[in-house]
Design a protein around this ligand. Structure first.
Ligand code: BT5
Length: 324
C-alpha cells in the first residue's frame, strides 16, 4: 500500500503541471482504476490538494504542510540524498535513530526527520531544545570513503550549506561560529552535531545532525537560552514552510558534498570565510587545557581554527570553544 502510494505521488509529481489520466496511472501502478481513485481520496485526507478533471485526469495542486516521508520527497531534486527518508512525529533524538538505521545498513544519504525530539542532544551530551513542529530536527547518514581524520570538515561543510540556504531562501546572513554554530546578531539559530563510527582507518558511517530553529517565538525557548537563541521567524518576521526549507538544504548539501568529495576542502574554506564569525577579532577561547584571549585568523586548509594571542603566539586548534 505504502509503496503504491509513494509511486503514485512520484508519478504525479514528476510532471506537476500535467494531468495524468486514471488509465495511465492504473497501468503504471498495476492497480485498478477504482483503486487509483481510492488512493487519491487517501492523499486528500493527508492534506494533499488533488485536482480531478474528467477526461484529463489527476494533478496534485499542493502538498500538505504537515511533514511526512511523502511530502519531503515530493519534488525533491536530488540523486542520492533523501532518496531514503524516515519521518517520525516524535523521537528521543534523530541521532539515535540514525545510528540504529546505519547499523542496520541504511544507505548513504538516508535522512531522518522528526517533528519533535524529547532528548535532542548537542555536543558533549548537552541538551538540544527541539520544540514540536517549530524547527528542523534532522540527521543524515553518510558513508564516505575519505579518512576518519577529515570528518570534522563535514561539520564545516554543513555549516556553510546552512548559511548559504538561510541567505538565499530566507534573506538573512548568518555567521558561522567555529566549528558548529550558526548565529545571527550573536544569537544561535542552528547547531550541527557530527558523529563518527570508524574502524581502523575507515569510516563506517557518519551521522550528521542539524538542529535549526525555524518558527519559534522567543518565549518558546526555555528561559536559560532565551537570550542566546533565535529563530528564522524572529529574524525575518515571518513563518517558513519547513518542508520546502528541508528540501532546499538537502539539494544544496548534495551539490556541495559532491564538490567537496571531488575537489577537497578548498571551496568550503572560501565559503566558510565569507560567513566566519568575528574573523580578525579578539575573542575568548577555551580548550580542555586552558582559556585565553586570541585573535581569530581564520581556518586552515584542513578546517582547523587558527588563532593568535597578544604575544604573537599562533595556535592551530582542532578542538576548542569560542566563547560568546
Ligand atoms: C549543537 O551543540 O549546537 C548541536 C545541536 C545539534 C542538534 C541536532 S537536532 C537533530 C540531531 N538530533 C539530535 O539529538 N541532535 C542533532 P552544542 O554546540 O553543544 O550546543 C548546545 C547548546 O546550545 C546547549 O547547551 C544550549 O546552551 C544551546 N541550545 C540548546 N537548544 C538550543 C536551541 N534550540 N537553539 C539555540 N540554542 C540551543
Amino acid at each position: 500500500m505504502e509503496s503504491t502510494r509513494a509511486k503514485l505521488i512520484d508519478v504525479l509529481s514528476s510532471n506537476p503541471d500535467q494531468y495524468i489520466s486514471g488509465q495511465l496511472l492504473s497501468e503504471k501502478l498495476n492497480i485498478s482504476r477504482p483503486a487509483v481513485w481510492k488512493h487519491m481520496k487517501e492523499l486528500e485526507k493527508d492534506g494533499y490538494e488533488v485536482e480531478a478533471v474528467p477526461r484529463k485526469g489527476y494533478r496534485i495542486v499542493s502538498y500538505p504542510d504537515k511533514l511526512s516521508t511523502n511530502t519531503l520527497q515530493w519534488g525533491l531534486d536530488t540523486d542520492w540524498l533523501g532518496q531514503n527518508v524516515i519521518h517520525k512525529p516524535s523521537v528521543s533524538s534523530t541521532q539515535i535513530l540514525a545510528h540504529q538505521q546505519a547499523q542496520e545498513d541504511a544507505p548513504h544519504g538516508t535522512v531522518i526527520v522528526a517533528d519533535e525530539q524529547t532528548k535532542g542532544r548537542g555536543r558533549l551530551n548537552r541538551t538540544w531544545h527541539s520544540q514540536k513542529g517549530d524547527g528542523i530536527w534532522m540527521s543524515i547518514i553518510l558513508r564516505p570513503t575519505f579518512e576518519p581524520h577529515r570528518s570534522p570538515q563535514i561539520t564545516l561543510l554543513a555549516a556553510t550549506v546552512l548559511a548559504e540556504v538561510f541567505k538565499r531562501h530566507c534573506g538573512i546572513k548568518p555567521q558561522i561560529k567555529w566549528p558548529n554554530d550558526l548565529l545571527t546578531d550573536g544569537k544561535k539559530l542552528a547547531g550541527i552535531l557530527t558523529e563518527l563510527q570508524a574502524e581502523q582507518d575507515q569510516i563506517t558511517y557518519i551521522v550528521l545532525g542539524m538542529g535549526i530553529n525555524v518558527n519559534h517565538d522567543r518565549d518558546v525557548f526555555p528561559e536559560d537560552i532565551q537570550n542566546q537563541a533565535t529563530s528564522i521567524k524572529q529574524e525575518t518576521g515571518e513563518s517558513w514552510a519547513i518542508g520546502a526549507l528541508i528540501q532546499d538544504i538537502l539539494q544544496t548539501f548534495e551539490k556541495r558534498y559532491e564538490e567537496f568529495i571531488e575537489e577537497g576542502f578548498s571551496k568550503v574554506k572560501l565559503r566558510w570565510e565569507a560567513f566566519g564569525y568575528r574573523l580578525g577579532e579578539i575573542v575568548d577561547i577555551k580548550t580542555h587545557q586552558r582559556s585565553w584571549s586570541a585573535r581569530i585568523l581564520g581556518i586552515e586548509h584542513d578546517g582547523a581554527l587558527k588563532v593568535c594571542d597578544e604575544d604573537g603566539q599562533v595556535d592551530i586548534l582542532y578542538s576548542a570553544e569560542i566563547q560568546w
